[in-house]
Write a protein that binds this ligand. Sequence first.
Ligand code: ZN
Length: 92
Amino acid sequence: MILREISFERFVFTCAGCDHAWVADYDVQHVEDGHGHARDYFYRGGLHCSDPTGLGETTCPHCGRTSVIADHSAGQTSTAARATASQLSDTM
Ligand SMILES: [Zn+2]
């Protein structure tokens, strides 16, 4: 497996049951398996955890429901953007 990138990503969760909203930060390892397949591995506090955007993977701390909407576009770090920018300058 080839580790492509480790990024620090912030997810904003909103509970569809009680409208409770909270934020959690994850370390995300973007890994390629050498066959062109990419996978993301999520870590929180150094511990491996499941993909927080997966259905039913995140539980609302307020009401305990699993109908939680995860959005990580809001607080995504610019690690990926910087990598893209450097790749662009290399090809020019
Ligand atoms: Zn809730």
